[in-house]
Design a binder for this molecule. Structure first.
Ligand code: CAA
Length: 277
């Protein structure tokens, strides 16, 4: 299958890596040279790690060879699937869809990796809406087993079923989402967990470490809640919370605004709720 991924941030590069590991040829697009380079570096690092552990069927260099980086939004007539993975900003995503629609063939499926925005609302940017669906991966895509496959009001049954098959084809577990609501299934739960954790800390009664210890050692989360916010990115979570709050959903964490204004963007910036240096 030929796949194009739009946006080479943590999610876009991880998604490109997953498709390449599973034998697909991938175009990885980003407008910015630095972002593209960083995305490719992330993939190389991750492939080496997986290779060391004997988890790859091919050499990392062979898999890298399946990924073509580009800064030009090319003609995508022969591409089977395009996945948008740009930051969580409705207007930015809508602009990408409008541009993409001019470049893809009639049979190309267009997917979004949005974490929260309803597919039906996003599809308003497209003329042809029946080939559009959500394919929501989790960070880090290469290690996380689940992908939400989301059907908007206009997604055809055929495209939705194809989405499920595509996810199985990259050896992930698809979770079919037929209720196209903010946050779908996973993040509908997770955003409320984030909000509760932030309120406990903002109230001053508990520390970040206390809340994280509870999540890890009693609730059995693989990471603490604030560790996870740092890991997925303070900016990413802030942008998501702004978009969902506009739509009346309660993902509220004023601490994110504070950290963002200080440039503490999480593990990638070596500082977030924690010091990662
Ligand atoms: N590629 C390859 N290897 C990787 C990797 C990657 N991308 N990321 C981490 N690893 C490696 C680590 O380097 C480490 O290697 P070593 O054993 O050689 O040191 C190994 O994997 C294990 O990593 P950790 O020591 O950090 O241990 P872990 O057992 O905690 O696993 C984890 C890491 C899978 C990320 C786990 O902590 C986890 O599941 N965390 C929760 C992640 C999560 O919930 N993600 C969803 C968040 S929501 C979202 O994604 C998006 C959204 O919608 C907002």
């Amino acid at each position: 299958m030929k796949v194009a991924v739009i946006g080479s941030g943590i999610m876009g590069s991880g998604i490109a890596e997953v498709f390449a590991i599973n034998g697909n040829s991938v175009i990885l697009y980003d407008k910015y040279e630095e972002a593209l380079k960083k995305g490719l570096d992330n993939i190389k690092w991750s492939l080496e790690k997986l290779h060391e552990k004997g988890k790859l069927n091919e050499e990392p260099s062979t898999i890298m060879g399946k990924i073509t980086p580009t800064r030009q939004l090319g003609e995508f007539y022969d591409i089977d699937l395009v996945i948008e993975a740009v930051p969580e900003d409705f207007n930015l995503k809508a602009q990408v869809f409008r541009e993409l629609e001019k470049k893809v063939g009639t049979n190309t499926i267009i997917a979004t990796n949005t974490s929260s925005l309803p597919i039906t609302e996003l599809s308003t940017a497209l003329e042809k809406k029946d080939r559009f669906l959500g394919l929501h991966f989790f960070n880090p895509p290469v290690l996380m087993g689940l992908v939400e496959v989301i059907k908007g009001n206009y997604t055809s049954d055929q495209v939705f079923e194809r989405g499920i098959e595509i996810v199985k084809g990259i050896k992930k577990e698809p979770i079919p989402v037929r209720k196209d609501v903010i946050g779908f299934v996973v993040n509908r739960i997770l955003f409320r967990v984030f909000t509760s954790a932030c309120r406990l800390v903002s109230g001053g009664k508990y520390t970040i470490r206390e809340v994280d210890s509870t999540a890890k050692y009693t609730l059995g989360f693989p990471m603490g809640i604030f560790e996870l916010l740092d890991y997925t990115g303070i900016d990413t979570n802030l942008f998501i919370s702004r978009e969902v709050k506009k739509r009346g959903f309660d993902f509220d964490c004023p601490l994110l605004e504070e950290l963002y204004s200080r440039g503490q963007l999480g593990t990638k910036a070596k500082r977030g709720f924690y010091d990662w240096s």
